[in-house]
Design a protein. Structure first.
Length: 92
């Protein structure tokens, strides 16, 4: 089943896909800074970037195409993009 997700007044959109126990999204975000929350652990791989993530230690870290960040379950996190960017997210 494919789902369409829209966030942040349409500035972030993704297509969701679920097969058996595997859940993924492929998304695009427009320039801006956004706050999200997690229910499950998220493995976010940047496919077009960079995307900047605010880390728990209080610093921003930049991820570029091919790099993956793992966000724990049940947390809020910030990310920002200076230009349009894309990602694939696997939910664990």
């Amino acid at each position: 089943m494919i789902s369409v997700n829209t966030y942040m007044d349409g500035k972030v959109k993704s297509l969701g896909f679920k097969k058996d126990d595997a859940v993924f999204t492929a998304g695009v975000l427009m320039p801006g800074q956004y706050t999200f929350s997690t229910e499950k652990e998220e493995h976010i791989t940047v496919t077009l970037g960079p995307i900047h993530f605010f880390m728990p230690d209080g610093d921003w870290k930049t991820y570029t195409a091919g790099e993956t960040i793992i966000i724990p379950a049940n947390v809020k996190f910030d990310l920002k993009a200076d230009s349009a960017a894309s990602y694939i997210c696997a939910y664990k």
